[in-house]
Structures are given as structure tokens and as C-alpha cells.
Write a protein that binds this ligand. Structure first.
Ligand SMILES: Cc1cc2nc3c(=O)[nH]c(=O)nc-3n(C[C@H](O)[C@H](O)[C@H](O)COP(=O)(O)OP(=O)(O)OC[C@H]3O[C@@H](n4cnc5c(N)ncnc54)[C@H](O)[C@@H]3O)c2cc1C
Ligand SMILES: *[C@@H]1O[C@H](CO)[C@@H](O)[C@H](O)[C@H]1NC(C)=O
Ligand SMILES: *[C@@H]1O[C@H](CO)[C@@H](O)[C@H](O)[C@H]1NC(C)=O
Ligand SMILES: *[C@@H]1O[C@H](CO)[C@@H](O)[C@H](O)[C@H]1NC(C)=O
Ligand SMILES: *[C@@H]1O[C@H](CO)[C@@H](O)[C@H](O)[C@H]1NC(C)=O
Length: 536
């Protein structure tokens, strides 16, 4: 039942790391640093000084700048490959200089906005030397309620977007992710799903314009980039095509009061029956209602025993009374009580969903200081058919054996089933019942702990094989997973890219490759899972 493990690949990556760490302080690298700094300075405009945005390892703030947007402690170790330089661009001309110099000096450029990439590919690289173009200073959020739109820069975080909208309107919101610290640059360009997706789709379904800098250093908007490129950067990942400066989005309407609840059931409290019913109804419920079960392993009632716990968290775009009548009719097994229902504003619900206690001040959304970081591994799947009660029970048994990995089910249906699979590069639309996220978090440092916990995650993924999409086994780009394949961007780049490309994009992969070949034929914008160019 287990999934094949890319052991040799993992070892390969480990040995590469050692190699690059060793070469990190070599004279040629120091020379490259110097050359890159000099090039950046000579390509910047006197009116927009660049020196205060350049951090080389010699700068005492280099480590702080690097670490401040590492969101996975797996990549905060002494042998994680380090950039030769970090450019915290302050102006578009700095981005242009970065592109010119990286091309000229053949240094790989990594683009980082919020740093939430699960595999750290916005700030780590398997090729050397590399530097980081950090978009952290591009963080404006301009909300225009009259036109119900907003321009949002790449380095802004979701919390700033939610806060910015709520500061101007009680009846507008935006459909995007659950964690407020996620950055716009990666999140929007990779899809962006959250608890309003059954009503309004993903973030990309609500993007109407963008500003991007291409490989030639040209600043383009939707009109000047053309519809092909505009299509690609709504789900195909920004980093394969250019540097996203900002996106323009359509806001969506939310009621002044929404309702949330959190209810949990352990295996001993009929979790199997309740999840089984959830499987049947969650994707068919009214699109105002999103109910997500999260399964983990906890102590059972008898000492020494373990049980699976299903935590159901919901957002309802309406009041508690309407929710209660809907639930008693369609999903009585959850036994929702009026005392479980909490009415609040939409912006407060974004805090509730990320586990802040009720009454937490809304400006907490502006914080960029994580509440606690761990080492982590994530994987994803799409489920197209219902699992029987026996299959659920077997899954719980496996989870109890593994203990750590957590499963999250995100219901589909509603708008997600209506948008054609080719409308954006994100192909996972009609036909899916729910999306699975596999999550393992751990606190122990070191390769041994990492290998062990990654292995647990892969095992759970292996157990789910019979129940999830096949040919290809689909995956979500924003849940970056290097187990799906790695690109070394050499002669085999197209073949390597196809391996993960069809999993993330299915039939849209070919169109992405064609667009990539047109806009970046030299494959300047490349990374471990970028869109390859067509082989010559
Ligand atoms: C705690 C946590 C919660 C999450 N919750 C959700 C969720 O609810 N829904 C969801 O859909 N996803 C979620 N994600 C995944 C998240 O959407 C992706 O990791 C996303 O890519 C992060 O964007 P970022 O800008 O923070 O990441 P980064 O690590 O900065 O970038 C991610 C990728 O995008 C590229 N990129 C970044 N900025 C730019 C730019 N300006 N131009 C071009 N390319 C760029 C990077 O090079 C990299 O390839 C979550 C992740 C974490 C860690
Ligand atoms: C580090 O970089 C910052 C910003 O560029 C600069 O102000 C500072 O002087 C630098 N410090 C050192 C030690 O180079
Ligand atoms: C990352 O590593 C550095 C150096 O070991 C350490 O000082 C820092 O606290 C670490 N960051 C986190 C969030 O643990
Ligand atoms: C579990 O289901 C049984 C049978 O339907 C029911 O009698 C019992 O009250 C339920 N237990 C819980 C905790 O919901
Ligand atoms: C959420 O908060 C509660 C109460 O503070 C805590 O017990 C629980 O572990 C938290 N859950 C997560 C997933 O962080």
C-alpha cells in the first residue's frame, strides 16, 4: 500500500546541500557576491538608491533578514543552502536591476513574498549560487469600495488584505487562505483557497488585473502582458513567468454578521458516522456554508488508548438561526446546538478560523510575528468518491498507528463545480468531492527527525491511494511537495517538469509550457518545480 519513496532523490538533495555549504565561503562565491552587489548598484537609478536594500553575508542583519520569513524550521538549519545576497527591493527599478544582473552574472534568482512555501523554494535552492529578491517592502493594500476592487502588492499578507477591506466596509471580503501571514505573491499566483471557495471560488477567480515585471525588465499590466500570460499567473505560479508586483482583485459581498462554530467528535463519540455523513452532504450544502473536518489522534477514554478526533470548523455566510435550520435538516448527525453558534463580523471570523480567541483585536491581523513555528511537511490529494464507514475506520486505525500526521478535508461543490477546469491553470474543479491536506508538524531539530516525520506523512498518503484521484494523482500547487518531482533545469527539464506539472495542472500543463516558452524562452525564471520550456 505504501507510496514509492524518492530515497535516492532525497539523498541527492542532502549531498547537494553539503556540497554547496562547503562552497559557500569559497573565494569564487565571495567574488560573485561582490560582482552582484556592484552590478545592482551600477544598474540602479540615483533617485532610487539601492545600497540600503542589499544584504550580503558580511552584513550583520543578513541572518535576521533571511530568517524573518522562514516559515518552516526544516529550512532554518546551518546546512540549509544560503543565498549569496538578499535584495529587499524598495522600488520597481530594483526588481529590474535584479533581473538584469542575475541574467548577466548567471546567478539564480529566488523570489520571496511571504515565505510560506512548504518546501522553502522561495529562499532555498538546489543550485548555486543563488540570491533572494525579497518583495517584503511591496506591501500596500489599496481598497476602493466604490468600484468594489483592491490593488494588493505581492509582499502584503492576507491579514493586511482582510483588515484593509474591513476598515472600509462591513459588507465586503475576499476569498483567500486561512492563515493571515501567508503572502500575496505566492498565494494568489498559486491559486489561493479558503473558506469562501464554495461561494466565490479561489482568489484567482476574483483577480482582474496584475502588474508584473518580465524577463526583459518590462513592467506590464493585463493589457500589455496579454491574456495568455495573465491566465498563467492566476494559478500557474508566478515564479515561472516573472516578478509579480501586484494584483487587482474584485471584492466579494459578505453579510454584516456571519456565523462560525467548532464541534468535535472522537472515535468514541461516533466520529465515523459523522464524518461519513459529512462526506455525503458537505459538497451539496448551500454554498454559504463551508464545514471543514480536521482529524488528529488524541488520548481515548481508557488510559493508554488512542482515538481519532474529528474537529469540524465552519463558516456560514448568514445568521445562526438560518444555519441551525439548515443543519437540522441536512446534517442532524453533527447535532449542532444554538449554543455552538457564534455570530460575528466576517473579519472577526478570519481570526476565529486561525484559532484566535473571541474578542482578539482585529489589528492582530496586521502582525507579521508568527505565534510559533515548527518543522513541517505537507501533501495534498483530491477525493472523487465517498469512502465507506469501514474504509474510514481502517483509515483511523492507520492514523492511530502513525499518530502524528493530521488530515484536513476541504469540501468542494458550489462555485468550485461551476468554473471550467481550463478557466485558470488550476484544474481541480468539477468532479471533486473534497481536497485532502496531509500535515505533520514537529519540534525536534535535525535530519533524523525530519526524515522520520516526512516518512510518516508519506505513509498516510500511501494509505489513501485507493481513495483519491488517479492518472494523474492530482495535487495543489500551493501545497508545494517536492516528493512529486524536482526539476534540475538542465537538458531533461521538460521531462522532469512534466512529472509534477501534470499532477498540479493536468491538461493545463501544455498551455503553461507554451506560454512559458513564449515569454521566457531562456528559462530565466526557474526553480525546483517551475514550468519548463518546450525542448528544442
Ligand atoms: C501556515 C500556512 C497556512 C497556509 N494556508 C493556506 C490556505 O489556507 N490556502 C492556501 O491556498 N494555501 C495556504 N498555504 C500555502 C500558501 O498559499 C503557499 O505556500 C503560498 O505559495 C505562500 O505564498 P508566500 O508569498 O507566502 O510564499 P513564498 O514562499 O514567498 O512564495 C511561494 C512561491 O511563490 C513564488 N513567489 C513569491 N512571490 C512571488 C512574486 N512576487 N512573483 C513571482 N513569484 C513569487 C516563490 O518564488 C515561490 O515559488 C499555507 C501555508 C502556510 C505555511
Ligand atoms: C547592512 O545593510 C544595511 C542596509 O543596506 C546598512 O544600512 C548597513 O550599514 C549594513 N551593515 C553592514 C555592517 O554592512
Ligand atoms: C533559526 O535559526 C537561528 C540560528 O540557529 C536561530 O537563532 C533562530 O531562533 C531560529 N528561528 C526560529 C524561529 O527558531
Ligand atoms: C452515537 O450514536 C448512537 C446511535 O445512533 C447514539 O445513541 C449515541 O447517543 C451517539 N453518541 C454521541 C456521543 O453522539
Ligand atoms: C487552538 O487554541 C486552543 C485554545 O487556546 C488550543 O488548546 C489548541 O491547541 C489550539 N489549536 C491549534 C490547532 O493550534
Amino acid at each position: 500500500m505504501g507510496t514509492p519513496l524518492p530515497n535516492s532523490k532525497t539523498l541527492f538533495l542532502f549531498s547537494l546541500r553539503v556540497l554547496f555549504t562547503a562552497s559557500f565561503s569559497s573565494p569564487s562565491t565571495a567574488f560573485a557576491n561582490e560582482a552582484l552587489s556592484q552590478c545592482l548598484i551600477s544598474h540602479s537609478q540615483a533617485s532610487q538608491p539601492i545600497t540600503s536594500a542589499i544584504y550580503t553575508p558580511a552584513n550583520s542583519s543578513y541572518s535576521t533578514v533571511l530568517q524573518s520569513y522562514i516559515r518552516n524550521l526544516r529550512f532554518n538549519t546551518s546546512d540549509t543552502p544560503k543565498p549569496t545576497l538578499i535584495l529587499t527591493a524598495l522600488h520597481e527599478s530594483h526588481v529590474q536591476a535584479a533581473i538584469v544582473c542575475a541574467r548577466k552574472l548567471l546567478v539564480q534568482m529566488k523570489i520571496r513574498s511571504g515565505g510560506h512555501d512548504f518546501e522553502g523554494i522561495s529562499y532555498v535552492s538546489i543550485s548555486s549560487p543563488f540570491f533572494i529578491l525579497d518583495m517584503v517592502n511591496f506591501r500596500s493594500v489599496d481598497v476602493d469600495i466604490e468600484t468594489e476592487t483592491a490593488w494588493v502588492q505581492a509582499g502584503a499578507i492576507l491579514g493586511e488584505v482582510y483588515y484593509g477591506i474591513a476598515a472600509k466596509s462591513k459588507v465586503h471580503g475576499f476569498p483567500a487562505g486561512v492563515c493571515p501571514m501567508v503572502g500575496i505573491g505566492g498565494h494568489f499566483s498559486g491559486g489561493g483557497y479558503g473558506n469562501m471557495m464554495r461561494k466565490y471560488g479561489l482568489s484567482i477567480d476574483n483577480i482582474v488585473d496584475a502588474c508584473i515585471i518580465n524577463v526583459k525588465g518590462e513592467i506590464l499590466d493585463r493589457k500589455s502582458m496579454g491574456e495568455d500570460l495573465f491566465w498563467a499567473i492566476r494559478g500557474g505560479g508566478g515564479a515561472s513567468f516573472g516578478v509579480i508586483i501586484s494584483y487587482k482583485v474584485n471584492l466579494v459581498r459578505v453579510p454584516e454578521r456571519v456565523t462560525v462554530f467548532r464541534i468535535q467528535r472522537t472515535g468514541e463519540q461516533n466520529a465515523t458516522e459523522v464524518v461519513y455523513k459529512w462526506e455525503q452532504v458537505a459538497h451539496k450544502l448551500h454554498e454559504d456554508l463551508f464545514i471543514r473536518p480536521v482529524m488528529d489522534v488524541v488520548a481515548g477514554e481508557n488510559s493508554g488508548e488512542k482515538t481519532v478526533r474529528a474537529k469540524f470548523i465552519a463558516l456560514f455566510l448568514g445568521d445562526a438561526q438560518r444555519l441551525l435550520s439548515m443543519m437540522s435538516e441536512r446534517f442532524p448527525e453533527l447535532a449542532l446546538q444554538s449554543s455552538d453558534c457564534i455570530e460575528m463580523s466576517w473579519v472577526e471570523s478570519t481570526l476565529y478560523w486561525t484559532n484566535f480567541s473571541i474578542g482578539t483585536p482585529v489589528d492582530t491581523l496586521l502582525s507579521r510575528t508568527p505565534r510559533g513555528l515548527t518543522h513541517l511537511k505537507r501533501k495534498s490529494d483530491y477525493v472523487e468518491q465517498i469512502m465507506s464507514k469501514d474504509e474510514l475506520r481502517l483509515l483511523w486505525k492507520r492514523m492511530i498507528e502513525l499518530e502524528r500526521p493530521i488530515l484536513t478535508f476541504n469540501p468542494y461543490g458550489g462555485k468550485m463545480g461551476e468554473i471550467p477546469a481550463t478557466k485558470t491553470p488550476f484544474p481541480h474543479r468539477a468532479g471533486n468531492l473534497w481536497k485532502v491536506q496531509y500535515a505533520t508538524n514537529w519540534h525536534e531539530d535535525g535530519d533524523k527527525a525530519a526524515r522520520h516525520n516526512i516518512e510518516l506523512t508519506r505513509k498516510l498518503y500511501g494509505y489513501m491511494t485507493p481513495f483519491v484521484s488517479k492518472n494523474p494523482r492530482a495535487a495543489f500547487l500551493n501545497y508545494r511537495d517536492l516528493d512529486l518531482g524536482v526539476n534540475h533545469n538542465g537538458d531533461e527539464s521538460y521531462e522532469e517538469g512534466k512529472v509534477y506539472g501534470v499532477k498540479y495542472f493536468k491538461g493545463n500543463f501544455n498551455r503553461l509550457v507554451k506560454i512559458k516558452t513564449k515569454v521566457d524562452p531562456g528559462n530565466f525564471f526557474r526553480n525546483e518545480q517551475s514550468i519548463p520550456v518546450l525542448p528544442r
